[in-house]
Design a protein around this ligand. Structure first.
Ligand SMILES: Cc1ncc(COP(=O)(O)O)c(C=O)c1O
Length: 377
């Protein structure tokens, strides 16, 4: 019997920079008395994120959800927007808050991202765009989705909340589609406590996002559109600059944790690790396994509950599907029979703890706990 952990092990733990590094940034803010509205910290962070993600344009936001909402609105995605049910609520909510209707499309069984072969049959005269999600940082089939968007004159926006630093054949993930949203929530590898960004290829779109996040204000006398307050403030940006310095070290540690899990879980029947396709650099945001109840011997839910007894708090992420939420379940596209792959994935996925400070010996223990749960099943 493996001993339970003395302290709870949660699925993630935020990166905190040395307090002195944050305080030095705060001293700069204090010296300027500039607290929000594109101050010096905000401008510095914008440049740093642009360089890190290797994208032409970045617009910073107060959180990822408002950023997504701004992208959907700014790009004129009305009517129907095709999206995935296997995501966080913010994805379909951004569509709904913009007055459009989410149309749920099933996912690819391996990547767990929108299945391009199913998207086209959902396109109607009302469809204006596709909102796809790089789930766990695993990229969508960006080429296939772009081809569909081009063929039908649709906008293509990516929810890249999990994909900070993901690259496809060396190209930063923020370079695909009309825009990509990154979340800088505290649970993310890079964070500003709360925050987010949109990346895009043209200054024209970036200016649209900048206007929308600032109430639609064009100048001191003109408000051009119904905007919102989506601005990132100086304290968030200052924290972000300090956290960004910690990301390379955090990535090294997370890669070691992932490698250790892979070793520890090798050969466990009925357990598969969700992984990026070849040529993709991982964002190391989550470590996710799938439990096939028949081959493993018990269900994902049993593993989830049993891990709690060892003081390990994994996460059923994403369960339930967005199409099962009360606010969406009556949509025609929500019928479970239309979403068999997503339904199965939602029943099988389990995020195991992943963060740089997780000791490798703890990773070994968690892998052994999973094995022990299987033996006792
Ligand atoms: C896939 C996905 N989209 C959107 C969001 C929303 O981002 P935020 O919390 O920054 O508003 C999240 C948040 O974690 C997410 O996981």
């Amino acid at each position: 019997m493996i001993d339970r952990f003395d302290e709870p092990i949660y699925v993630t733990r935020p990166v905190l920079p040395p307090l002195a590094a944050f305080q030095a940034r705060l001293a700069e803010v204090w010296s300027t008395r500039w607290l929000t509205n594109a101050g010096e910290q905000h401008e510095q962070l914008g440049r740093a994120i642009r360089n890190y993600l290797e994208v032409p344009e970045v617009s910073l936001f107060n959180n990822g959800t408002i950023a997504l909402l701004a992208a959907v609105r700014a790009l004129g995605m009305r009517g129907e927007v095709i999206t995935t049910p296997f995501t966080f609520p913010a994805t379909p909510h951004a569509i709904s808050w913009s007055g459009a209707t989410p149309v749920f499309c099933d996912i690819d069984p391996v990547r767990l991202t929108l299945d391009p072969s199913l998207v086209e049959r959902l396109i109607t005269p009302k469809t204006t765009g596709i909102l796809a999600v790089h789930v766990y940082g695993v990229p969508c089939d960006v080429r296939a989705l772009q081809a569909i968007a081009d063929r039908h004159g649709l906008k293509l926006v990516y929810d890249a909340a999990h994909a900070f630093g993901t690259r496809i054949d060396g190209v930063g993930i923020g370079n695909f589609g009309d825009a990509s949203m990154f979340s800088f929530h505290a649970t993310k590898l890079f964070h500003t406590a709360e925050g987010g960004a949109l990346t895009c290829g043209t200054s024209e779109n970036r200016e649209k996002f900048d206007h929308l996040k600032n109430f639609g204000i064009l100048n001191q006398e003109e408000v051009g559109e119904v905007g919102i307050n989506g601005k990132m403030n100086e304290l968030q940006a200052a924290l972000g600059l300090a956290v960004l310095d910690c990301v390379p070290e955090e990535l090294i540690r997370r890669r070691a944790v992932i490698a250790r899990y892979r070793d520890g879980l090798r050969g466990v029947a009925g357990l598969t690790i969700v992984a990026e396709p070849p040529g993709v650099e991982s964002s190391c945001q989550y470590f996710v396994v799938r439990i096939d109840r028949h081959a493993f011997g018990c269900s994902r839910d049993v593993v989830f509950e049993r891990l709690k007894q060892y003081n390990v708090f994994a996460r059923k992420y994403f369960y339930p599907l967005c199409s099962d939420y009360e606010c969406y379940r009556t949509l025609p596209s929500s019928a479970p029979g239309r979403l068999p792959v997503a339904t199965e994935a939602a029943d099988q996925v389990l995020c195991l703890p992943l963060y740089g400070a997780l000791p490798l010996t703890a990773v070994d223990s968690i892998a052994n706990m999973v094995r022990e749960i299987q033996e006792q099943a």
